[in-house]
Design a protein around this ligand. Structure first.
Ligand SMILES: [Zn+2]
Length: 265
């Protein structure tokens, strides 16, 4: 569900791509005198009438970019995982920094390298859906289409491709490409330790994106808007699946044996 670089790419619906992070303002640049490539900038976020303060630091090393929000309560404004919110925020902050004419070249290079490293799982190629069991995506899709959507969802569904990702702060369960009407599901959800309801909710969630399309409000894409959420909660095991995700999402960060072979092969 995690995804990055909101402001750098054409909007594509994913689980979390378009979180409404609040009104964002970037503060003045503070350079680190000892290192010309290092910089720190404070920022503020205004959300639901509250003000929050954070900072972004860029410097050579790993990680090259560090983003913090000082008020923990900011994350309580979301019903997404903190890591997911932070990923979203990172995309926003870096996108804004890159637009800044005064951004030092060294810092710009570090940011661009960082973004490349964090590139979410590439899902360009299909992994043939050979699983002929309860995790067969077509079967889940067809069943849900009938059960929840009166067969009105028209989309293709496939497993995405697993690649080694250095992004350790979130996991992207699935995505929906509105233009292609294509749902991609992360292949790590094939693993036995992932409850079936978690895979099902991912499929269901992406179907909801077609059912309740994103819209732009005050210049920001709203994809998980109230209508969307209402529909999403209709899935019968919604609470169980979300609860599992909340406590186990980090187990999905490592490529599964099967899929890492696919990548290196
Ligand atoms: Zn979504």
């Amino acid at each position: 569900m995690a995804c990055l670089m909101n402001s750098l790419k054409v909007p594509v619906q994913t689980l979390v791509k378009n979180l409404n992070l609040g009104t964002f303002s970037l503060g003045k640049c503070r350079m680190d005198a000892s290192d010309p490539a290092a910089l720190t900038r404070m920022f503020t976020l205004k959300k639901n009438g509250m003000d929050y303060v954070g900072q972004v630091r860029v410097r050579p090393g790993s990680p090259a970019v560090r983003i913090e929000v000082f008020n923990e309560s900011y994350f309580e404004e979301f019903d997404q995982l903190e890591a997911v919110v932070l990923d979203n925020l990172t995309g926003k902050v870096l996108g804004r920094l890159l637009k800044d004419k005064d951004l030092p070249e060294e810092a710009k290079t570090l940011i661009l390298e960082h973004i490349e490293d964090q590139e979410p799982v590439s899902e360009e190629e299909e992994v043939a859906p050979t699983i002929d069991d309860e995790r067969n995506l077509d079967k889940i899709f067809e069943r849900f289409n009938e059960e929840y959507f009166s067969n009105r969802i028209q989309a293709r569904i496939m497993w995405g491709r697993d690649v080694k990702s250095r992004n350790k702060s979130g996991f992207r369960y699935g995505s929906y490409d509105e233009g292609k009407k294509l749902i991609r599901i992360h292949p790590r959800l094939k693993q036995d330790f992932v409850p079936l309801c978690v895979l099902e909710l991912t499929v269901y969630h992406e179907m909801c994106h077609q059912f309740a399309p994103s819209y732009k409000k005050n210049g920001t894409w709203q994809s998980h808007h109230p209508e969307f959420k209402k529909k999403e909660r209709e899935y019968k095991d919604f609470k169980d699946a979300r609860n599992w995700e909340k406590h186990n999402w980090h187990r999905l960060l490592l490529p599964s044996e099967e899929n890492s072979e696919l990548v290196t092969a």
